[in-house]
Design a protein around this ligand. Structure first.
Ligand code: AMP
Ligand code: MG
Length: 395
């Protein structure tokens, strides 16, 4: 049997970062920057007021209270500014440019708020409530480095330095296909022997959660020909494909039957539980990676976490490796088959304990849904006592 680490290593050696595209700002959320972004101007671009108040000369505040004539009103965006002479005040709003001559802004709360003249009741120090040009960013300074994932704040600073488009690696487009003659769409009735298709929903959601674009391409029964047709339809617009089911040792294994003859997809036993049967390879001229995951719902989800997620990270231009673990104390005993790495479902609590879920079968999706962690039991361990330290992957 192939080890989990060897299987992941093979996957990571095969998948490549997607080529960068020049994307419109609105399209960049969740993409990975492929260039350093710098600012063509200082930010803020000019000295401006941090508060609503009055711009004055600090020497006019030596005796408090003081009443000064208000000679002008400046709002954010004001173009024409009158200088503040000795003994003058200018009413100023947050973000408005600081008029020449002024070296302090007195907040409106420290005054009577007058518009013809203003009485100032409290002394402010020079520079008070003034935001200086370049305080945030200097001209030419790099504000985001290549390799940064663009979230809302990163998107904001790209706009804030005046860019409409940036070079970024797009979110991988991932097509999810489920197989199984027993599957029906949720929402319809179940006939005897049927179950509702949950994997295609789980996997598409998992794809989206890790920052890629998921397309659910439905179910193809157990017909290898139909699977090949469906793959043909979707290969053009896919950066990766995930299938569920049809990869184990029985009859009616449409994924294995359809893809084995191509010679570019390998089906193997990986030394893990759940999720032993795994297929991986590439399809078509573009060598689109395909992950043929086992059909049991917990198996396909765990396989996604261990193999697909790091691959999608790599395609996004991120490092991509084994999920991080934390150490916890198990509240109950654990069992694991010899020679296989187990990923048991558990509930990790704030006190550093993890409670194994009731129902560790690979079909027990409800137990997975009630868990927030996977407890890792190494290959050479078959039993873990309650109270022992274990490594845990947070979900
Ligand atoms: P397979 O890998 O196709 O042999 O399927 C293994 C088990 O997983 C069987 O009990 C299937 O009914 C179940 N299964 C396969 N695909 C799905 C799916 N999309 N949703 C829920 N269960 C599934
Ligand atoms: Mg099946």
């Amino acid at each position: 049997m192939k080890s989990v680490d060897a299987h992941l290593a093979e996957i990571l050696a095969t998948v490549r970062p997607l080529a960068p595209l020049e994307l419109e700002l609105e399209q960049t959320l969740g993409t990975t920057l492929a260039e350093d972004v710098s600012s063509p101007v200082p930010l803020p671009p000019f000295d401006n007021s941090a508060m609503d108040g009055y711009a004055v000369r600090v020497e006019d505040l030596s005796e408090i209270p003081v009443t000064l004539p208000v000679i002008d009103d400046v709002a954010a965006g004001s173009l024409e500014l009158r200088a503040v002479g000795p003994g003058h005040a200018v009413r100023i709003m947050t973000g408005a440019p600081l008029p020449a001559g002024a070296d302090v802004v007195v907040p409106v709360e420290w005054t009577d708020g007058g518009t013809v003249s203003v009485r100032i009741d409290r002394r402010a120090e020079a520079g008070n409530a003034i935001r200086r040009a370049g305080e945030d960013v200097q001209t030419g300074e790099i504000v985001l480095k290549a390799g940064t994932v663009i979230g809302p704040a990163q998107l904001g600073i790209i706009a804030g330095v005046g860019r409409r488009r940036v070079w970024a690696r797009p979110r991988p487009r991932v097509v999810v296909i489920s197989t199984g003659a027993e599957l029906v769409e949720p929402g319809g009735p179940l006939q005897p022997g049927q179950i509702w298709d949950s994997n295609s929903y789980t996997l598409t959601a998992a794809v989206r959660e890790v920052g890629a674009e998921g397309f659910r391409a439905g179910s193809v029964g157990d017909d290898p020909g139909m699977l090949l047709d469906r793959l043909d339809t979707h290969l053009m617009r896919a950066d990766a494909i995930i299938t569920s089911g049809g990869v184990s040792m029985g009859a009616y294994e449409p994924v294995k039957e359809a893809l084995s003859p191509l010679g570019t997809v390998r089906f193997e036993k990986v030394a893990m539980q759940p999720g032993m049967p795994q297929g991986f390879g590439v399809l078509g001229d573009d060598q689109v990676p395909i992950f043929a995951l086992p059909g049991n719902p917990v198996s396909s989800f765990v396989s996604f976490m261990l193999f697909v997620r790091p691959a999608l990270d790599r395609m996004r231009g991120l490092p991509g490796g084994m999920p991080e673990t934390v150490t916890a104390r198990t509240t109950g005993p654990l069992r694991s088959p010899s020679g296989r790495r187990s990923y048991l479902r558990g509930v990790l609590a704030a006190d550093g304990t993890v409670s194994p879920a009731h129902g560790q079968g690979s079909h027990q999706l409800a137990a997975l849904a009630s868990a927030n962690a996977l407890i890792v039991v190494p290959e050479d361990v078959t039993e873990v006592e309650a109270g022992a330290s274990v490594e845990v992957v947070r979900l």
